[in-house]
Design a protein around this ligand. Structure first.
Ligand code: GUN
Ligand code: ZN
Length: 647
């Protein structure tokens, strides 16, 4: 069982998951196959929608003599005629829906193993939202006990250990932590169907976050029973890799069409608002005239087309770095979901999510509404401003927001300040909060698009951030050219603005003091002939930094890395690799998680890092794909892409 991260955004990820029957790309959905009634066969699903893995129920197979015999003799893959990966569930849900059912928790795991399931599930105990905490704690205790016993009999089947804990965050986290200590391969989050049925998305968000907090980050996470595409973007952004559902057929059964924005009943539509092959082929009237069974199959196919289209959209959003935007746009189509996003405004949740958030994106940050300002990346940049940014002078002049980059928009006024050698910090009061002029080309300050007027909540929040930033500072506002009159032209020249810029970005990106460490010598700056933006920076004729045009942040060169390595104490900016592989890294090979011994806890996905051996000798520089806790838990896949090695 191999699980590795290929790309990521928010706390979501694109992974490859390898099973005995092939490799799956996540995030994805496992359609539920009822072995008694396959309206659409798994093979057909693979051909039509690109389904890579399905889920069926071992309890249904077990209790039916005929199915059980075939499954035991020929295997579950023959039984449902599918040669791709198959996951099986255990009967927990049946037990919840139909009351007590006779089933032995170990026997059902052994049965799943014996019929050749790729991923089998323990017989967890379903916890419901209205149970008392003490009751839920008992359920979790029993579930963990069963998981422990199940691990011993799993054989070469991957075992899914379900996290229970109802709506109690601490119980969820404890359950997740205890299950993560076992030799478990896969973690479904269970007991959430009643929350989804009642659109209790705030509780759902809490369940996911607290389960994730307790889980081993290197294992796949599945949201059990989630099949409505409406919640996929948010669930993925919080770190879910798998969904499963019979929703496509259940909804089809009463003429309901799934859409990314919700559900539409056939009767209420005047025409079909979709161009999938089904909706292109039939009109509403034609569908209504169909034989019930045929109609259900056709609507189920529409439902699967939409489901897999939304998953493609999500994977694209991860690759492009705009998953939060998709989450917010979907939330804007459902008030319950919109309400649930408010849960992400809590500081503890921002802090949790920030650890997984990439430090730079390929696309600009788009404002979609009052939630945008609460994104983890915005939280991070505002926090770093307070912790890492240093003013050059005693007094700060404030300009209102304008078009970007601000140094171009305000160039006339800024030049006047520079000409008079006014010792002033220049600050923009932007929609993202305070932006020192030195940082006006850095992500996300330059790469963000806000309307001229946002919304009251955002305005109030940003005002607070701005006020925090200027607290105890000497401020003046630009009110016209007369503002400068009180500043006598100064004889002594101001600091070089390019140097100030390089220094400030270095501090924000690498840590306080990085600018001083890198710019300690004779500096030569090479600018682009076309855009006149900074491109390469040399210190004593050694190439230390390159500026990326896309995000206004630096690529660290080996000579720059040497300076930072000398300046920052261990473990700052370091990824420590096993001495056994340092020779490979020196050849320029990338660092695999398996060989990471330790790492700076402040490193974030896509950060530049110093690759060192176990004695803290610098051997290369690279760009991280993972954060510390991930590097230390993953056994497969890349942790750092090496760029330059000492050779
Ligand atoms: N299907 C939907 N919810 C659950 C759950 O909590 N546990 C299991 N095993 N299956 C489910
Ligand atoms: Zn359609």
């Amino acid at each position: 069982m191999k699980f590795e991260i290929k790309d990521r955004d928010a706390a979501g990820r694109i992974c490859k998951f390898t099973t005995k029957h092939g490799t799956i790309n996540t995030p994805t959905l496992l359609p539920v196959i009822n072995p008694n009634k396959m309206l659409i066969t798994p093979k057909e699903m693979k051909n039509l929608f690109g389904v890579e893995i399905v889920i069926t129920n071992s309890y249904i197979i077990f209790k039916d003599k005929k199915l059980r015999k075939i499954a035991l003799e020929k295997g579950v893959h023959k039984l449902i005629d599918f040669n791709g990966p198959i996951m099986t569930d255990s009967g927990t849900f049946q037990s919840y829906v139909y009351g007590d059912i006779k089933i032995d928790p170990i026997e059902i795991v052994e049965f799943q193993r014996d019929i050749g399931s790729d991923i089998g599930t323990i017989l967890d105990v379903f916890s419901t939202p209205n149970q008392k905490k003490s009751e839920v704690e008992q359920i979790v205790k029993e579930t963990v006990k069963r998981a422990k016993k199940s691990v011993d009999v799993k054989g070469d089947m991957a075992l899914a250990c379900t996290v229970q804990g109802s709506i109690y965050p601490d119980v969820r986290q404890i359950c997740a932590k205890q299950l993560s200590k076992l030799d478990s391969d896969f973690f479904p989050i269970g007991g959430v169907v009643p929350l989804m049925e009642n659109q209790r998305y705030t509780d759902l968000v809490r369940c996911i976050i607290y389960s994730k907090k307790g889980l081993d980050p290197s294992k796949p996470v599945h949201l059990f029973g989630a099949g409505h595409p409406l919640i996929f973007p948010l669930a993925v952004a919080l770190g879910c890799d798998f969904f499963d559902s019979s929703a496509y057929v259940k909804y089809a059964n009463d003429d309901r069409f799934l859409f990314p924005w919700g559900t539409e009943k056939l009767d209420n539509l005047i025409e079909l608002p979709c161009s999938c092959p089904i909706c292109s082929k039939y009109t509403k009237t034609e569908l209504l005239k169909m034989d019930k069974n045929v109609k259900t199959i056709e609507i189920a196919k529409h439902n699967l087309y939409i489901t897999f289209m939304e998953l493609k959209k999500i994977r694209n959003a991860i690759a492009q770095g705009n998953l939060w935007e998709l989450v917010e746009r979907r939330a804007n189509s459902n008030p319950y979901l919109l309400e649930a996003l408010k849960e992400l405004r809590k500081k503890e949740n921002k802090e949790f999510l920030e650890q997984f958030e990439p430090t730079s994106k390929k696309k600009a940050l788009f404002y979609t509404g009052c939630q945008t300002i609460h994104r983890p990346e915005v939280y991070r940049i505002q926090k770093r401003l307070l912790e890492r940014y240093n003013e050059s002078y005693d007094t700060t002049i404030v300009f209102p927001d304008g078009t970007k980059p601000y140094s171009v928009y305000y160039s006339d006024k800024i030049n006047r300040i520079f000409k008079r050698n006014c010792k002033l910090n220049i600050l923009i009061d932007s929609h993202l909060g305070p932006v020192p002029l030195e940082l006006d080309e850095m992500y996300p300050f330059a790469q963000s698009i806000f309307p001229d007027v946002t919304d009251k909540e955002t305005e109030e929040f940003v005002t607070k951030i701005f006020d925090d930033f200027i607290k105890n500072k000497n401020m003046i506002c630009w009110t016209g050219s007369a503002t400068l009159n009180e500043f006598q032209p100064n004889q002594e020249e101001c600091k070089d603005f390019d140097i100030m810029r390089i220094s400030a970005i270095s501090d924000m990106q690498f840590g306080k003091g990085a600018g001083k460490a890198i710019l300690n010598g004779k500096i030569r700056i090479v600018k682009s002939k076309k855009t006149s933006k900074i491109r390469n920076i040399y210190c004593n004729e050694k190439h230390v930094l390159s500026m990326r045009a896309e995000d206004g942040m630096f690529t660290l060169k080996l000579d720059g890395a040497k300076l930072l390595h000398k300046y920052f104490k261990y473990p700052k900016l370091r990824v420590v690799v096993d001495d056994d592989v340092s020779a490979f890294i020196k050849e320029g090979k990338s660092v695999f998680s398996k060989f990471v011994k330790d790492c700076d806890p402040e490193i974030r996905p896509f950060d530049e890092c110093l690759i060192v051996n176990e004695s803290d000798v610098l051997i290369a520089v690279g760009r991280c794909l993972l954060n510390r806790i991930e590097m230390l838990s993953f056994s497969y896949g890349m942790a750092v892409k090496t760029r330059d090695a000492v050779g």
